[in-house]
Design a protein around this ligand. Structure first.
Ligand code: ADP
Length: 262
């Protein structure tokens, strides 16, 4: 990781936005975007004003998860107007790159895009702006902390050994003096699987409580576990976050998570 040049401030705050929360992961594919999208809708259900910025340059999936992949944000007085879905104000690099286009963002280009999506957008009043970061530790993370004062970060992981190793790197990055973003806690995704026919059984496919144990050993808050549930995956693909489902089993998981985050 290359050091950002030390600035005398942490970047300018965005007027009207109270909290900026980065959602990060060590590895890709662990469910970071799914957590970010469900958390955003859960916070809306709790009555908060919420925005979600999809900064995942490698695979912006938020437009699909919110069923707005064909939308193009409008602008007003040179300010980009976020697209709204399920009460969440959304901006994504995917809106500008085209859904099926293989995007090879150069570092500087991606950083400029992030700057614009943060500062040249009309977010209005928000209690929370969630940022769905790319996996790992890279340029976008550095740009983000230079662009805006980030309130805190959430780190999503599966309990798998190789994923946990990268969580440690992610935590270390946020705790570097130059970055200094509080880690609000770890979230264990794909914690276990329970088949319908065996409702009392838990199969720990990726290992048992790995994220929870890591949180304890690193003295970080553990914010909750999310099992592997088919309807969570279906909801993402369908474009209607799972937290909107009637079934308490699924929606309750994300509502509890949101309560632990705020
Ligand atoms: P990331 O943002 O870390 O790359 P995604 O959020 O895109 O990961 O999730 C990767 C895949 O796993 C997606 O197909 C998503 O629908 C699925 N998924 C995520 N969390 C769960 C879960 N708890 N149960 C079932 N499927 C999940």
């Amino acid at each position: 990781v290359e050091m950002p040049e030390k600035k005398d401030s942490r970047g300018n705050s965005i007027p009207g936005i109270k909290n900026i929360i980065a959602v990060a992961s060590g590895k890709g594919g662990v469910g970071k975007s799914t957590v970010a999208s469900n958390l955003a809708v859960a916070l809306v259900k709790m009555g908060f004003k919420v925005g979600l910025l999809d900064a995942d340059i490698y695979g912006p999936s938020i437009p699909t998860m919110f069923d707005v992949s064909n939308e193009k944000p409008l602008s007003d007085n040179n300010k980009i107007i976020p697209v709204e879905s399920y009460g969440v104000k959304l901006l994504s690099l995917g809106f500008f790159a085209g859904a099926n286009q293989a995007v090879i963002w150069r570092g500087a280009m991606a950083s400029k895009a992030i700057h614009q999506l943060l500062h040249d957008a009309n977010w209005g009043e928000l209690d929370f702006l969630l940022i769905d970061l790319p996996p790992g530790t890279g340029d976008i993370h550095l740009s983000l902390v230079q662009e805006v004062p980030v309130t805190g970060s959430l780190i999503v992981s599966t309990p798998q050994h190789v994923a946990l190793a990268d969580v440690k790197k992610g935590v270390a990055m946020f705790q570097m003096p130059e970055i200094n973003v509080p880690v609000l806690g770890l979230i264990e995704n794909m914690a276990y699987f329970t088949p319908k026919e065996l409702p009392n059984n838990k199969y720990y496919i990726f290992g048992k409580k790995g994220v929870q144990k890591l949180a304890e050993s690193m003295e970080l808050p553990f914010l909750g576990e999310i099992p592997i549930i088919q309807s969570i995956r279906e909801a993402s693909d369908y474009g209607r976050p799972a937290v909107l489902q009637e079934e308490e089993l699924v929606s309750g998981i994300y509502m509890n998570l949101a309560k632990n985050v705020i």
